[in-house]
Write a protein that binds this ligand. Sequence first.
Ligand code: PMP
Length: 287
Amino acid sequence: MDWPQSTCYLNGDWLPLAEAKVSVLDRGFIFGDGIYEVVPVYYRRPFRLDSHLGRFERSTREIGLANPLDRAGWRSLVERLIATCSADDQFIYWQVTRGVAKRDFSFPADTPPTVFAMTTPFTRPSPAQRQQGLRAVTRTDERWLRCDIKSVSLLGAVLARQFATEHGADEAVQFRDGWLTEGSSSNVWVVRGGTVIAPPRDHLILEGIRYGFVGELCQRLGVPLEVRRLRRDEVEGADELMLTSATREILPVVALDGRPVGSGRPGPVYARLRAAYDEAIEALQRR
Ligand code: PMP
């Protein structure tokens, strides 16, 4: 494994990850004032990079942060990062902050952003995880009201995930005013009567790149998909629950608050979506 000895990118330089340093006055450190992305790489090819770049552009725009690179610039940075790592499957992380400046809440003038990017070998969800599924606990969503922005200010997500960990679970399924939002770092999908149901893409959730992808897979498979708000009892009484994210791909949730979800085993809709997901990844190898 070539991590953490791996090479990373910081403000135009390529250097070992352990040697990369930023100022304590970086606004990412001081305020969490920045945007990030996580892009999975399969067979040395980034998966849905354009969608990630689109989401990144939107997030930077929403917080008035200048995007330091155009799409071609990001694509070539990603290609170079992939080349530094021997693993075929990787996940790329990058973040851009509002740079280094005197500590002042207002945006600093004429301050270049801090641009950091790294890659890590990616171990895809194991057969055991796919077959056994995940355990989740429910929690009140205590995050801010712009969860559509992929901000590096992740304290709310950290506290939610820690809550799950302390309760022996893999993820926290969050509710705001009684309505399902999402996991600490994943989108949540409910299956009822053969229909996949997902909360709407609004400011209360991050639009995962898997959110769009699973929507396409449902369409391809002829699985009905409904986008609407979901009450807590609809989630608790679901036939199946699933999570999606770049690193978890799509995984079933078999227990919620210690009670079985549906049969307590990964369900048939999950199995179909998982097979279609894997097929799409395998198609990358053949390209
Ligand atoms: N919601 C949140 C809060 C997340 O942190 C993530 C993971 N980045 C997701 C959803 C899933 O997004 P993606 O499919 O792009 O990984």
